[in-house]
Design a binder for this molecule. Structure first.
Ligand code: HEM
Length: 343
């Protein structure tokens, strides 16, 4: 299908909006009426037509505006993109993975022509037509990871694998849920997950790491994660907490439907061929409460999940203070009927 790209902002006047199509395909993350952390991993081998799982790297109506927002964040803070010197080869691997996937999955939007190492990349939505030499950094305006992730929605953590662990040695992180690449760079899997409550004692990270270390090339995996964001902000980084944290105090019963957004991350995991690195794209989808409530089963279920979520998780996810307001709003959409398992 041809995608109509929205002209919208994720800051200032917040003109971000979801079309009916985007609401319908929103990855609602709850398959039952309660939520607890788990090793919720599955194969990333396509999904229902039109769903966000269908393609390897989903492109949607927010693509062009998200890329503009990324450029603004980087202009303000170049440390949102970092790559330690040994990660350049992984950057090339990632560039190849994204270019090949996008040109195969969206041939009307992206083209890749290859003759040996002489490559030509055409990105129609962003107006790019660029010939370069694969594996020769001098022929690109940025390093390979930065070049391609300025053209791909979502954040990217690129992990080096050594000593039976994963190390956050490169990344492009401008749309994150309150964590910092600059703080985490060089950390391992257990170190960067240290702040997460309840999951360590349940053994979740030990099992998750085992799974990740064994991911093979051509067999990507995925999981969903979620949190809450007031206003459709992409950049909820610790670096800018002074700008967005205060906005959490602006919710009222009148504006909560429009302002409060469920923020869902589609997290995928791909093994990279030459470097044996693992890439972790984190794709953020935002949907306002009022748009979510247009799907009655989502309204019922969200109320129950938020009501019964352990305090530790509501605190970590940063909405414990607003939970009573949320529940007042959401309870109106819960008629008490049973929900069926699944989404
Ligand atoms: C949170 C990175 C894989 C489970 C986080 C955080 C980061 C992160 C940076 C935020 C920590 C903070 O508060 O500072 C990554 C990376 C991964 C990865 C780079 C890939 C290698 C996984 C996997 C699981 C997982 C496979 C499976 C269970 C979690 C959970 C949280 C979390 C439960 C808390 C999220 C929330 O409540 O919003 N992760 N993670 N992570 N991660 Fe991971």
């Amino acid at each position: 299908m041809t995608i109509q790209f929205n002209d919208e902002t994720f800051r200032d006047d917040y003109s971000f909006h979801n079309s009916e199509w985007a609401i319908k395909r929103f990855p609602f993350p709850f398959h039952e009426d309660s939520y607890m952390y788990s090793v919720n991993m599955e194969q990333h081998r396509g999904g229902p037509d039109g769903s966000v799982f269908e393609k390897r790297f989903d492109v949607d109506e927010h693509y062009v505006s998200e890329m503009k927002d990324r450029a603004l964040v980087l202009a303000d803070d170049p440390l949102r993109c970092q790559s330690l010197p040994h990660m350049t080869l992984a950057g090339w691997d990632l560039l190849e993975l994204i270019m090949v996937s996008k040109s195969e999955d969206y041939p009307d939007l992206f083209e890749l022509h290859r003759d040996g190492n002489a490559w030509r990349w055409i990105n129609k939505p962003l107006g790019i037509d660029h010939s370069f030499t694969f594996l020769d950094e001098a022929t690109l305006p940025y390093g390979p990871m930065e070049y391609i992730t300025r053209q791909a929605q979502g954040d990217f953590a690129v992990l080096d694998q050594r000593d039976d662990n994963l190390w956050m040695d490169a990344g492009m992180v401008t749309t994150q849920a309150d964590w910092s690449l600059d703080f985490d760079i060089g950390m391992n899997f257990f170190e960067w997950h240290a702040p997460v409550p309840l999951a360590h004692e349940k053994g979740i990270f030990v099992r998750a790491l085992k799974f990740l270390l064994n991911i093979q090339q051509g067999s990507p995996a995925r999981r969903l994660n979620w949190t809450m964001t007031v206003n459709p902000l992409l950049d909820t980084s610790p670096e800018n907490y002074h700008k967005w944290g205060i906005q959490k105090t602006t919710l009222t019963p009148e504006n909560i439907g429009a302002k409060q957004h469920l923020r869902v991350e589609l997290q995928t995991f791909f093994r990279l061929p030459r470097s044996n690195a693992l890439v972790f794209p984190i794709r953020c989808y935002l949907c306002s409460f009022q748009d979510l409530m247009t799907v009655p089963k989502w309204g019922r279920r969200l109320h129950r999940v938020i009501r019964d979520l352990p305090d530790e998780l509501a605190t970590y996810k940063g909405f414990i203070d607003n939970r009573p307001l949320m529940l007042d709003y959401l309870s109106k959409f819960d008629d008490g009927l049973p929900t069926s398992p699944g989404i």
